[in-house]
Design a protein around this ligand. Structure first.
Ligand SMILES: [Zn+2]
Length: 412
């Protein structure tokens, strides 16, 4: 039995509870008590990064300083050039391990790795070494991109994905890369395969206006329309981005109880636009231009303010639910991302004495954290009852040293 004392802990309401004691046994929360004095740290459930491409961490700093007239499509050329160099699984494992280490330092306890470079064993090993949970979303990719992204057909994808061994702390899900890369019949085959196994299904949807135009010209339907007709849209479906949606698209996602994964720092960087979240909110670091789910969470509300001139569409608790419980469920871990008896013991301690959060009263601790907190305010991280970050340092990964080494090699 391990006991954690929290000065404040967010148990799901609009305000955190003072003096919470969490007892952990066998990787699960055994009891939650409140009203007990404790040391100075606020505790929230573990954060779920619902959309990640780990390899893109090596692009940080190289692509954001955009050239004139740059766009998603010019960025994609740089991303392909990097992917072309990542043929060696050992290099991928080292890059992913350091990237997942950075995620752990930011309070991320579960990552959804949307993998179209198909280094599944390396990714799984890397997550295990970094101590975080993972849902490996192996992407079906049949057209375009690089040859290494592509499977021959949906049957070949299913055969490959069906053979992946998950193991402790890892679950498998399906991904349909996009309507650019997967035709409607193949998308239907992927959706069926996933439904038979109860897997979640993620897809990039309507990130770009041009993507919508090409899809309508080719299939006579929007990307969401194609996904819905393929049987992919359900309460196990996550539409990643969902930026340029019609009213019918939005209704289809909402009616199905689907998730929408917003990746605002990436969407800003790539000049994609501002979406309206037509579904249950989740959050992702996507291109890894930063790894900070507090930044992603506040951006959902703040970008809406700029776009609409109205404040307060989202409360801090709703944004944090997107970053925790919703993210867990969208990645096939329902019941995670909450502090409750029987939930996985994934916890994040936030320093309330650091310069950014100092002075905020307990009753405002949630808005302070969501609108002013950053990844470096995370002090300790627990996954399944095991401490993986202690006092701001990863217990087993030299995150900075490993990032420098592997990205340095890749840029040579
Ligand atoms: Zn993506």
């Amino acid at each position: 039995m391990t006991t954690f004392w929290c000065e404040l802990a967010w148990l799901g309401g609009d305000e955190p509870e003072p003096g919470v004691v969490i007892e952990i046994e066998g990787g699960e929360i055994a009891s939650v008590g409140s009203g007990i004095g404790a040391p100075p740290a606020g505790v929230i459930p573990g954060l779920a990064n619902a959309h990640s491409h780990a390899f893109q961490r090596a692009l940080r700093g190289r692509t954001e300083g955009a050239t004139r007239d740059g766009s998603f499509w010019t960025w994609r050329e740089q991303m392909y050039a990097l992917a072309e160099r990542l043929t060696d699984p050992e290099t991928m494992r080292r890059l992913a391990r350091a990237t997942f280490g950075e995620m752990a330092l930011a309070g991320i306890t579960l990552v959804g790795e949307f993998d179209y470079v198909h280094h599944s064993s390396a990714m799984i090993e890397a997550a295990r070494e970094a101590g975080i949970r993972m849902t490996l979303l192996d992407a079906c990719y049949l057209e375009g991109g690089l040859p290494s992204f592509r499977d021959r057909d949906a049957g070949a994808w299913a055969e490959r994905v069906g053979a992946i061994e998950a193991g402790d702390g890892v679950r498998i899900g399906a991904a349909i890369h996009s309507v650019r890369a997967v035709d409607p019949r193949s998308a239907a085959a992927v959706a069926r395969f996933a439904a038979e196994r109860g897997w979640v299904v993620h897809a990039h949807v309507s990130e770009q206006v041009r993507e919508n135009e090409e899809c309508v010209a080719r299939y006579g339907a929007t990307p969401t329309g194609v996904m819905a007709a393929a049987g992919a849209v359900s309460d196990r479906f996550t539409a990643v981005h969902a930026t340029h949606m019609t009213d019918e698209d939005a209704a289809a996602l909402l009616d199905a109880g689907a998730f929408v994964c917003m990746c605002p720092t990436t969407e800003r960087d790539l000049a994609d636009g501002i979406g309206t979240v037509p579904g249950r909110l989740t959050l992702g670091s996507d291109s890894q231009s930063v790894i900070d789910l507090f930044e992603e969470a506040r951006a959902v509300e703040l970008d809406q303010r700029l776009a609409t001139g109205i404040r307060g569409r989202w409360s801090a608790a709703e944004l944090l639910t997107g970053a925790t419980a919703n993210g867990y469920e969208s990645l096939g871990w329902p019941g995670g991302g909450v502090i409750r008896r029987g939930a996985p013991a994934d916890l994040v301690a936030v320093r309330r004495t650091g310069v950014r959060l100092a002075g905020a009263p307990a009753s405002d601790a949630l808005p302070a954290l969501v609108f002013a907190g950053t990844a470096p305010d995370v002090s300790d991280v627990v996954v399944g009852g095991r401490v993986i970050v202690r006092d701001g340092t990863h217990v087993s990964v030299d995150v900075v040293g490993e990032l420098q080494a592997v990205i340095g090699e890749l840029s040579r």
